[in-house]
Design a protein around this ligand. Structure first.
Ligand code: FAD
Length: 396
């Protein structure tokens, strides 16, 4: 293989650019192929967990994220009447991380920060308007075909091209799992919920068998997320009356909220059957998707990208056997299934618990964890994803 062939990365979303930055800092040339004509400006993810911030710090991106975002040291669970079920303080895991808090900031800001850090650097190329259509493993290199028919060759290909990944399809990798019947509606408003709800943390999950929701603050706005039943039409969901009715169920605030953004998402739990096929590797949403309760999708994608870049560095620069990349699959796919899928499904089921026994059980477990230092430490280790990284490191 010509030594000069770059690693190709499909997708300039947050995961593609983290992979690019993590490879580039080792001196490995990368070409990022992005289908859109501009960098994505999606709001979707807004939560960055402690170990993710530790990783982004190594790439020079954590401080700018903190500067543009909001540091949230607390998380709460509440009942619909706003009474507290349990409250946790991430400072309790300061022994495990340099960033014992969540940073809440829209995901497009990470994309812009990374693009700014990489722009103009030798060995980094970003091609916008370059949609990957096909991908072939040629044994000693990869060839990608763009939608304009152009062929681009590289040493390895990372598919970070999102849930509908063309790379995953081209590699013939199955995306197993299911889609939840309900969709999730996110509404954002400048209304200051913290003025109306005493002691409200910057992220608070509300458990309710009829309609759970959560409130999360990003700079200048609160985001509220609600499940929407399958029988409700998209037209109805888009109406002001529908948004007003959802916001009214929060039980505080004005008669009419000012709604700044309104986005409806289909929600899935799916994991690729493998994260590696020869020279083709998958990371981020191309490899796994889950419901957003707990904020684990993008964080897990960043953990994929950093793990993969380190192993590609070992193979490309230090003579490690390519079989090391199978360990990437075992580690990251392993914890995606064991931790991220399991935890996000449990998060949803806990909030919507329907029977009195299940509701009481959830509330008892949370209250017990919050009241005991060792249990709180264990719980925060798990929800900050430090536990999944610890487990991944154990997988050979
Ligand atoms: C409501 C909601 C809230 C969420 N909140 C959180 C949260 O708080 N924390 C969290 O961790 N996760 C959260 N997530 C999940 C998070 O948004 C995703 O996991 C994240 O966007 C994945 O990043 P990615 O880079 O893998 O994929 P994407 O962000 O989808 O980026 C993929 C990129 O690839 C490009 N692309 C697509 N096809 C091609 C192609 N054929 N060729 C070239 N380029 C292509 C796209 O244009 C895009 O730029 C949330 C999701 C939703 C829906």
């Amino acid at each position: 293989m010509p030594a000069s062939l770059p690693v190709l990365i499909a997708g300039a979303g947050p995961v593609g650019l983290v992979a690019a930055a993590a490879l580039h800092r080792q001196g490995i040339p990368v070409v990022v192929l992005e289908a859109e004509g501009a960098l994505p400006d999606e709001l979707r993810a807004s939560t960055f967990h402690a170990p993710t911030l530790d990783m982004l710090d190594e790439l020079g991106a954590a401080q700018p994220m903190i500067a543009e975002g909001l540091v949230a040291p607390h998380v709460q669970y509440r009942n619909r009447d706003h009474s507290l079920i349990a409250a946790f303080d991430f400072t309790d895991i300061a022994d495990l991380t340099r960033h014992p808090f969540r940073v809440q900031v829209e995901q497009y800001k990470l994309v812009r920060i990374l693009a700014r850090l990489l722009a103009g650097q030798p060995g980094f190329t970003l091609r916008l308007g370059a949609a990957v259509e096909g991908a072939e493993d040629l044994g000693d290199r990869v060839r990608v075909t763009l939608s304009n028919g152009e062929a681009v060759e590289g040493s390895w290909l990372i598919g970070a091209d999102g849930a509908h990944s063309a790379v995953r399809r081209a590699a013939g990798i199955d995306f197993q799992g299911f889609t939840w019947p309900e969709r999730f509606l996110v509404l954002s408003t400048p209304y200051e919920f913290a003025d109306a709800i005493p002691g409200l943390a910057d992220v608070s999950y509300y458990a309710d068998p009829e309609e759970w929701f959560f409130l999360l603050r990003v700079p200048g706005l609160w985001r509220a997320m609600f499940p929407v039943k399958p029988e409700v039409s998209e037209e109805e969901i888009a109406s002001d009356a529908f948004a007003a009715a959802r916001m009214a169920r929060i039980g505080v605030g004005p008669d009419r909220f000012e709604i700044r953004h309104r986005t409806l998402y289909r929600v899935h739990q799916r994991v690729a059957e493998s994260f590696r096929k020869g020279r083709i590797l998958l990371a981020g949403d191309a490899a796994h998707i889950n419901n957003p309760l707990g904020g684990m999708g993008l964080n897990g994608g960043v953990h994929d990208a950093v793990n993969l870049a380190e192993k590609l560095g070992q193979v490309m620069l230090h003579g490690a056997d390519a079989a090391l990349l199978d360990r990437y699959d075992r580690q990251r796919r392993g914890v995606t299934v064991e931790h991220v899928q399991r935890q996000t499904i449990a998060n949803k089921q806990n909030l919507e618990a329907a029977t009195p026994e299940a509701q009481a059980d959830f509330r008892r477990r949370m209250a017990e964890a919050a009241a005991d230092k060792a249990k709180a430490h264990a719980y925060l280790t798990q929800i900050s994803m430090l536990g999944s990284l610890r487990r991944a490191a154990e997988i050979q």
